[in-house]
Design a protein around this ligand. Structure first.
Ligand SMILES: [Zn+2]
Length: 209
């Protein structure tokens, strides 16, 4: 854990997703198969996904495919509906404010509301594998706490700062049918879609009808 984390997270309230990151990520990738990424306009991205209720081999195989897809597309986070699966689960492989790598899986995530007086907004650039080739500044809290379940159904709480906080919020949004461009102004959204139309994705995508 990063040194300045001296609060309750020093105990086991928060999941430790910083150990053996390379090995864990590699094991998932080797078992999984990369699938093409759904893009804005595909209905699966625009409605709330169904809860994960079975924590068995099918979920494990899905998570492996998600890590393989994330690696192939060079992403730092991936939600199940980004490979066309209507289930509330996301994976991540993302650095935090201190450059510490976090690798993990969250099922049925719920974002914890931070008290507004503690909220510090960060307006860094954001992008999305489902909006290929486009980026836009978007203000989000620079700290996030997500409650959910691990791949075996045990309750977990994940905390992130900086870019990782952005990732946790972005991926949770996906599973509720919300893309980051839905949080932009009309003009910014238009700009982003134009950037996307002008580029060619560097990874396989699912064509929209
Ligand atoms: Zn995304």
């Amino acid at each position: 854990m990063p040194q300045q984390d001296t609060g309750p997270q020093a105990d086991s309230e928060f999941v430790d997703d910083t150990q053996d990151c390379a090995e864990r990520e590699k094991a998932h990738v080797e078992r999984g198969t990369a699938r093409p990424i759904t893009v804005v306009g595909n209905p699966v991205l625009h409605h709330e996904c169904r809860e994960v209720t079975e924590f068995g081999p099918e979920l494990a195989a899905l998570v492996d495919d998600m890590f393989a897809s994330q690696r192939a597309a060079e992403g730092v986070g991936l939600a199940a509906n980004q490979i066309g699966v209507d289930r509330k689960v996301f994976v991540y492989d993302c650095p935090d404010d201190d450059g510490v790598r976090h690798v993990g899986v969250v099922c049925n995530p719920v974002l914890e509301e931070l008290p507004s007086e503690l909220r510090v907004l960060d307006d860094s650039n954001e992008g999305c594998l489902s909006v290929p080739g486009a980026y836009m500044e978007l203000a989000r809290p620079d700290e996030a706490v997500v409650r959910g379940q691990d791949i075996e159904g045990n309750p977990i709480t994940v905390r992130g700062t900086g870019y990782f906080a952005r990732c946790l919020q972005h991926e949770t949004d996906h599973l509720y049918g919300r893309l980051y461009i839905d949080r932009l102004s009309k003009r910014e959204r238009k700009d982003v879609l134009k950037q996307m139309a002008e580029g060619t994705p560097r990874y396989a995508t699912v064509p929209n009808d």
